[in-house]
Write a protein that binds this ligand. Sequence first.
Ligand code: FES
Ligand code: FES
Length: 171
Amino acid sequence: MNLSVNGRAHEIESPAPTTLLDVLREELGIHSPKVGCEQGGCGACTVLVDGEPRRACLMPVAAVDGAEITTVEGLGTPDDLEPLQAAFVHHYAAQCGFCTSGLLMAAKAYIDGGGTDDREAIAEALGGHVCRCTGYVKILDAVAATARGDQFDITTTAEGQYTTMHTGGDS
Ligand code: FES
Ligand code: FES
């Protein structure tokens, strides 16, 4: 079996029934897709399969033979964040971060598909993604900001919000 992951071709050695999640994490060492419920219920393992968000814990790798897979590692870099990643930082949409990879990939598909800043539409696109830190409002803020094309300097903005938070401001 063969996969293209973040633009790089891989020949897969794991047995055909191995989940895509295990192939990514254990065989290829790509750790942004998280192991949550492993039952399709939490969204932490979500990656893009040919541009569509899919739960990697439910997919035998044989079912995606030849597919193009995108994970968070295929988005921006620390020095050059993808707009969605920058928006998550700016809006404090990640707390523990465990859900964040899956949410970023679902949001990426939404934005790439021409999604708007309509909060109900965003909530629907992110439906079924569980954030145990309950950061949902800020996640919606981040995706809406990306859809609008908002620009921000995450270095100064994050610092400003941090200062506000820790001086009892209204953040
Ligand atoms: S780990 Fe795949 S949906 Fe929860
Ligand atoms: S940020 Fe902790 S689970 Fe969502």
